[in-house]
Design a protein around this ligand. Structure first.
Ligand code: IPD
Ligand code: CA
Ligand code: CA
Ligand code: CA
Length: 281
């Protein structure tokens, strides 16, 4: 079978590496830090520069393809996933980390056709780790195959989550309620890399059993979510039921046993939606 997206994937890897060099060079330079939706929603000129670099370079090679890019959406472009071949770009996933030189910063490039992920590339540029996945062909880090943890016991697990950039008191309260429930199961620990894409790659690598977050966007998870499923993991909505990458919520886990246990704790603060059936108990 002709592999029609291999060229696009190769280009994504090349451009992610080039973008990572720009991020590394900018890390210790003076940065003008701006804010977007709130005082903790940061953006720098490097975020904008890297997104333009990726989009321009892809446009030259694939002029008919569409884009969803975080900073383009922030500048007023529509965030709409259609059936067309679409590059879903987070130029710097972990901008707060970048601003504080906390060493987990990724360039994330997802690619979807007919609303189905075809490949995902996450370059953790300060660690120099290139995570890649092609639909049906496995997930890799620096060309080594990845697989999720085989842990089935939540009490033996480490769970990743994030506080995101909302400081709305109710949202913050919900985050702490779910965390308190989960930690007191008890579990081994809670982690958060400060980058949704890297958290997903940590699930794919078997370093954490699961990652969940409410408030993320499609560009945070488009690439990493395929890396999780290609490493043998699962994706669900945080209240159970199928994940919708546009819904701003995700639960990625190594298996349904761990996911099911987490969903029960997360549900205790958030009533299930009518259209989100629970996993079978
Ligand atoms: C953020 C990071 C963070 C997550 C936020 C995202 P950004 O992306 O992935 O870990 O908690 O929800 O917005 O703004 O650094 O690209
Ligand atoms: Ca951002
Ligand atoms: Ca992001
Ligand atoms: Ca970003």
């Amino acid at each position: 079978m002709v592999d029609i997206w291999q060229n696009a994937m190769d280009h994504a890897v090349t451009i992610a590496r080039r973008a990572g060099e720009v991020v590394r060079e900018a890390l210790h330079e003076d940065r003008k830090v701006m804010t977007k939706s709130s005082s903790v929603d940061l953006v720098t000129q490097t975020d904008q520069k890297v997104e333009q670099l990726i989009i321009q370079s892809v446009k030259e090679k694939f002029p008919t393809h569409r884009f969803i890019g975080e900073e383009s959406v922030a500048a007023g472009e529509v965030c709409e996933l259609t059936d067309s071949p679409t590059w879903i770009i987070d130029p710097i996933d972990g901008t707060t980390n970048f601003v504080h030189t906390f060493p987990f910063v990724a360039v994330s490039i997802g690619f979807s056709v007919n609303k189905q992920s075809e490949f995902g590339v996450v370059y953790s540029c300060l660690e120099d780790k290139m995570f890649t996945a092609r639909r049906g062909r496995g997930a890799f880090c620096n060309d080594q195959p990845l697989s999720v943890s085989d842990q089935e016991d939540i009490k033996q697990s480490v769970i990743a989550t994030e506080f995101g950039s909302s400081r709305d008191p109710e949202a913050v309260n919900n985050i702490f309620t779910s965390l308190r429930n989960i930690v007191s199961l008890p579990i081994h620990g809670v982690r958060g890399a400060g980058s949704a894409a890297i958290n997903l790659c940590l699930v794919a690598s078997g370093c954490v059993e699961a990652y969940y977050e409410i408030g993320i966007h499609v560009w945070d998870i488009a690439a990493g979510s395929l890396i999780v499923t290609e490493a043998g993991g699962i994706l669900l909505d945080v209240e159970g039921g199928p994940v919708d990458l546009m819904s701003r919520r995700i639960l990625a886990a190594n298996n349904t046993t761990i996911a099911d246990r987490l969903i029960r704790e997360i549900q205790s603060f958030s009533p299930p939606r009518d259209d989100a059936p629970l996993l079978p108990q």
